[in-house]
Design a protein around this ligand. Structure first.
Ligand code: IMP
Length: 200
């Protein structure tokens, strides 16, 4: 049962809301001078890395008080377990070409850093006007690729987390908070219903 599989709440809804608002304000300040007021379309492109980023992307973009264009890329870097397989595959590429954009890549979590390192190199080859990364969570203890984000919501310990977009076998993405999965568990909860307000 999922009741037994989640250990504790790591980040509450309130903590998340406050921090995402701060990140939005910081990014607004840093990018304000880059806005092309003469252009017909936004020249800042927020790229979301699907699917775990969705809640963070939606909240962050609404906290950035500047014109933003949206695009998404879908990659797979994990199987259905709780450890990295170290391989990155593009499942859905961007719609936009990047030459005319200041790119802000938005990720849910940096773990080994392999996904981020791969995507950074891939995006830089497309020659954006500038490139920065914002991640919601950073797990520095497990880093394999030497990469850090330009903006980060929270540094967290080495634990597998779910909620606020992040999943375990596609479960728990719609929890409004972030919770730690019990260590040693390979959760197979796909078909088990749960109530997102009362999992504990
Ligand atoms: P990395 O390539 O190891 O940095 O992994 C990046 C991706 O792995 C993230 O975008 C997540 O989709 C997934 N991931 C890493 N750690 C966790 C976690 O604790 N919970 C859920 N997904 C995770």
């Amino acid at each position: 049962m999922p009741l037994l599989e989640l250990e504790r709440v790591l980040l509450t809804e309130t903590e998340i809301t406050t921090r995402v608002r701060e990140l939005g304000e910081q990014i607004t300040q840093d990018y304000r001078h880059l806005v092309d007021k003469e252009a017909d379309e936004p020249n800042i492109l927020a790229i979301g890395v699907m699917k775990g980023v969705v809640p963070f992307y939606a909240d962050l973009c609404r906290a950035i008080d500047l014109p933003l264009a949206f695009d998404f890329i879908s990659v797979s870097s994990y199987g259905k377990a709780t450890s990295s397989i170290g391989a990155v595959k593009i499942l859905k590429d961007l719609d936009a070409s990047l030459e005319n954009y200041h790119v802000l890549m938005v990720e849910d979590i940096v773990d080994t850093g392999l996904t981020l390192a791969y995507l950074k190199e891939n995006f830089l080859r497309r020659k954006p006007l500038s490139f920065k990364i914002v991640t919601f969570l950073d797990k520095p203890d497990r880093r394999e690729a030497p990469i850090t984000a330009d903006y980060n919501g929270f540094v967290i310990p080495d634990a597998f987390v779910v909620g606020y977009g992040m999943d375990c076998s596609e479960c728990y993405r719609n929890l409004p908070y972030v919770a730690v999965v019990k260590s040693g568990e390979n959760v197979g909860c796909k078909f088990t219903p749960y109530n997102k307000k009362t999992v504990f």
